[in-house]
Write a protein that binds this ligand. Structure first.
Ligand SMILES: C[S@@+](CC[C@H](N)C(=O)[O-])C[C@H]1O[C@@H](n2cnc3c(N)ncnc32)[C@H](O)[C@@H]1O
Length: 427
């Protein structure tokens, strides 16, 4: 066990260092795991401590600081990750001190930081002895640390949602999310899918208001789950599925800025006619195509800037724009996002959304509906661009609530982790 514990921790530390260097968490973990040779259980452990230490990053750093002679930020990123992840195991997972200290020290050597073995050993020993220090008296700072979010973001949410609303959001963001799947209705049925999971000893539950969703507790290894290779389902969160289910029937459906194509493929399962997705990122489109084949669906993917679409992609009955955004609505699933954002970026976001929305309107036939969504609930990328679009008089707000709507706003709806508004093109 000793050697294995060190190897899993070394892999996680490498992933953590990549995240700090700017890589997105799923890609960083994927790269670190790829040639690791770890067994499934150790892969699961590496995944758990990589995600957990990102989820609790600022609180873990706060617990480490009293035991360091030099600032944490001046340490080698891999060593910093080892310390953070070791502190996570001690304070949040409650693992025994001897196991955490020994294996983390061993991991330091395994990831080329042998010189820091003494430091890792001594600091984690002290964290184990002294636990988490008392939080500051200042309410905002204490809230930010207790739920491990940047202070500026906590202030922003307290201002908008009130203290209670902000705390509820912060608490939810810190919960480990369930994995949600969309069952491929062209391949199987809900009953069959649920039976397949049950036969594998995996408990799943249905999701209220979403006829094709099932939720389960599962670690990182999605392709190992039953039915993946058969194309029986695709991973898609509740809010995202709800957006797709709100799209009306269309002879020609277009998704503008379709990314890896999850929502386009959902429409390929729902729509009788032509289904197309367009994105500027060729790598994402390649992944979309791989998923299309796995699911056995018919859909076209085009590489283009969605702000100037080719003629062949205009005249759609329904256009979905799931726009690039701060992604602050998915912090629960992607804890690295909250450390990436900057307060100044929001002001810039409205202009891009309006530009993409104008192009989506131009691609929609008169009488058709444009569905706009973002995995964020920040006004600059939700209500503000929609209000700006409504000023032209060429669009009318669709009032019908989507499935899973949490709260109607003046323009649009909040869904779990998301915002959605639908606009009918009048002229
Ligand atoms: C939120 S993601 C879309 C996710 C997708 N709807 C899904 O469910 O998988 C936003 C996408 O916008 C794309 N994007 C950003 N600017 C764009 C532009 N000018 N034209 C086309 N796509 C763009 C990004 O490449 C990214 O894939």
């Amino acid at each position: 066990m000793k050697g294995k514990g060190g190897a899993a921790r070394a892999v996680a530390a490498r992933a953590g260092a990549k995240v700090e260097a700017g890589m997105h968490l799923p890609q960083a973990l994927d790269q670190a795991l790829r040639h690791s040779g770890l067994e499934p259980r150790d892969r699961g452990f590496a995944t758990e401590i990589t995600y957990g230490s990102e989820r609790w990053r600022s609180l873990l750093d706060y617990s480490l600081r009293p035991h360091l002679r030099r600032p944490l930020k001046t340490l080698d990123p891999t060593v910093r990750s080892l310390l953070r992840q070791g502190t996570y195991q001690l304070l949040k997972l409650g693992l025994p001190a001897y196991a955490v200290v020994d294996s983390s020290t061993e991991a330091a050597a395994l990831c080329g930081a042998g010189a820091a073995r003494g430091l890792v050993n001594a600091v984690l020993r002290r964290v184990a002895e002294q636990g988490q220090p008392a939080l500051p008296e200042h309410d905002g700072e204490a809230l930010a640390l207790r739920y491990a979010h940047p202070l500026w973001l906590v202030r922003r949410w307290v201002e908008r949602l009130g203290r209670e609303g902000a705390e509820a959001l912060l608490r939810r963001n810190q919960e480990v999310p369930q994995l949600v799947l969309r069952v491929n209705r062209t391949r199987t049925t809900m009953a069959q899918s649920i039976a397949t999971f049950a036969a594998a000893g995996i408990a799943v539950r249905e999701v209220q208001d979403l006829p094709w969703a099932i939720a389960l507790h599962a670690g990182g290894d999605v392709p190992a789950l039953p039915g993946f290779g058969q194309g029986d389902w695709q991973v898609q969160d509740v809010g995202a599925q709800a957006v797709g289910e709100a799209v009306g029937q269309a002879e020609f459906f277009l998704e503008s800025a379709c990314g890896r194509g999850t929502k386009t493929l959902q429409q390929a399962e729902r729509q009788p006619g032509r289904v197309a997705g367009v994105d500027v990122d060729a790598d994402r489109l390649r992944e979309a195509e791989i998923e299309r084949r796995r699911l056995g669906l018919t859909a076209e993917f085009h590489a283009s800037d969605a702000r100037s679409l080719p003629d062949e992609l205009t005249g759609a009955d329904a256009v979905l724009l799931d726009a690039p955004c701060s992604t602050l609505g998915v912090v629960q699933r992607r804890p690295d996002v909250k450390w990436r954002r900057q307060p100044a970026e929001f002001a810039r976001r409205t202009a891009l959304q309006v530009e993409l929305l104008r192009a989506a309107v131009a691609a929609c036939r008169p009488g058709g509906v444009i569905t706009y969504s973002v995995c964020s609930q920040e006004p600059e990328e939700t209500t503000v661009p929609i209000e700006e679009m409504l000023q032209s008089g060429d669009l009318r707000l669709v009032e019908a609530a989507p499935p899973c709507a949490q709260a109607p706003l003046e323009v649009g709806f909040l869904l779990p982790g998301m915002f959605m508004a639908q606009l009918r093109r009048v002229h």
